[in-house]
Design a protein around this ligand. Structure first.
Ligand code: SF4
Ligand code: SF4
Length: 368
């Protein structure tokens, strides 16, 4: 399989509010992508309020032979209320997409918080059963959690065939995202990796001026975006790298980068380290992600994760994708920054002396 995957979370839209997809524009993108020999598509039940799955039926499934493309989707375990919902949603997904099987199917955003629900609902057994019935070719998970959590899952569930993870050069050593750690765990279990957020929701295409200058002083011939893709393409064990491409110029540029790929050398890595450092040096809330505060918060607010998202948003100006991640995933069934009751108990435990409740107000203002 060619390694540029078509992510279907951000598609050309007719209407931002209703998330209605611009089918004609989407067709042009798919036709060009397929004509160049690329054929991996990644959707999910939740993307674009369900319009992502519906539009792939119209644009791809009804126009191309089923064996000419790979289609991946995901079970929104975080949205389900009872065990029977799994089969109901799964059948709805097959129907929406107009297919009899998914090539790749994942438990969506598996995390510490939802793992117990997966156990209670027998979610791993369910996807395995669908595989045995020929309705899924390969079963996997998408995960934004820690290396330790991923290790536990892969040890307990050898039936999982692949993982979808957030990996990019800025998050490689990030204390919250821990791309390096989750990559190494996946390699330890020899699980092929599908990379998501390789451009950090588009943020690595729009770097702050200082970071951009470091790249351009080093090399003016290659685009800013190419460094992110080359970084990920230089890793081993990668099945496919997703990119949400809703403009023809982005699609053409991405394909050119993948076609002319050459692995990074030592100097390239050192330049990208400087870029990451320049970005992280400028962060607004100096939270190190130590988590000392968390155990002392009666409201169970995930303080470091919220600060990490806020910093990314401020630095990289990507309100759309980061805000969506905040609202749709990490706070959907959990506490939000606005649940802070300003008791101040956490402050004494923060080695960085951050006024946590005050900084959480900024998170509320930006994301809620
Ligand atoms: S001030 Fe807010 S974040 Fe800190 S412990 Fe109290 S409720 Fe939790
Ligand atoms: S204690 Fe301070 S530095 Fe550590 S995670 Fe909490 S806010 Fe961040």
């Amino acid at each position: 399989m060619k390694k540029l995957g078509f992510g279907l979370m951000r598609l050309p839209l007719i209407d931002e509010k209703s998330k209605e997809v611009n089918i004609e524009k989407f067709k042009e993108l798919v036709d060009y992508y397929m004509s160049k020999g690329y054929n991996y598509f990644d959707t999910a039940h939740t993307y674009l309020n369900g319009n992502s799955e519906k539009s792939i039926k119209e644009v791809l499934v009804s126009r191309y032979p089923r064996d000419s493309f790979y289609l991946a989707s995901k079970l929104p375990i975080f949205n389900l209320e009872k065990e029977e919902d799994m089969e109901k949603i799964f059948n709805e997904q097959l129907d929406r997409c107009g297919v009899k099987y998914f090539d790749y199917y994942m438990l969506h955003n598996l995390s510490t918080k939802h793992y117990q629900k997966c156990i209670n609902f027998n979610a791993f057994n369910f996807i395995e059963k669908m595989k045995n019935e020929g309705k899924i070719k390969h079963i996997g998970i998408s995960c934004h959690d820690s290396p330790d959590f991923l290790d536990e899952i892969l040890e307990q569930h050898p039936e999982i065939e692949f993982v979808q993870l957030q990996i990019n050069y800025l998050d490689w050593n990030d204390k919250i995202i821990q791309s390096k750690g989750i990559y190494e765990v996946s390699c330890k279990y020899n699980k092929p990796i599908i990379i998501m957020e390789g451009l950090k929701g588009g943020a690595l295409a729009n770097l702050p001026e200082k970071a951009k200058n470091i790249i351009q002083e080093y090399d003016r011939d290659n685009s800013i975006v190419s460094w992110s893709f080359r970084y990920n393409l230089s890793l081993n064990n990668i099945l496919v790298i997703l990119s949400g491409m809703n403009k023809m110029e982005d699609l053409i540029e991405n394909i050119n980068i993948f076609e002319s790929f050459s692995p990074l050398n030592k100097n390239d890595y050192s330049m990208l380290n400087k870029v990451s450092k320049s970005i992280t040096d400028d962060i607004e809330i100096k939270c190190t992600g130590c988590e000392y505060c968390i155990n002392h918060c009666s409201q169970l607010i995930d303080i470091p994760k919220f600060f990490n998202l806020y910093n990314s948003q401020k630095l990289l100006d990507q309100s759309h994708s980061i805000g969506m991640y905040y609202r749709n995933y990490i706070t959907k069934n959990n506490k939000k920054a606005s649940d802070c009751i300003k008791c101040g108990k956490c402050i004494d435990y923060c080695p960085q002396k951050i006024n946590i409740p005050k900084e959480l107000e900024k998170v509320v203002k930006v994301f809620e």
